[in-house]
Design a protein around this ligand. Sequence first.
Ligand SMILES: [Zn+2]
Length: 118
Amino acid sequence: MSFPSSVRIGGITYEVHVISRLRDEQDVLGRALCHKQILEIDAGLSVDAQAATLLHEVVHAILYQTGHDDHMEPHIRALGYGLLVFMQDNAELVRSLIDPPSDYSDLMRYRDLLGDND
Ligand SMILES: [Zn+2]
């Protein structure tokens, strides 16, 4: 699998780096360097594990970009893995959600409506 070299998260461009020996040298499968807008993924992982790790790091970055720096790792694991499996199992829905691309204005109003409510 080859990932794009960058992704947009909360209006910010993050570089995606697939790095050899990240797991060996840092004892992590991936990491989100949010202050540098870089997501790192271990190159030695299987294709599925790289995808799950990338989504895991994306969830970290989404929370960071929305001011939620102090979050629980088990929640990130559940969301990263859960989102990947959900998207794989529901590709038609995912395509309908992103086509046509949003200009985000409606989504920003929706986010404001939610406030702290669930
Ligand atoms: Zn994590």
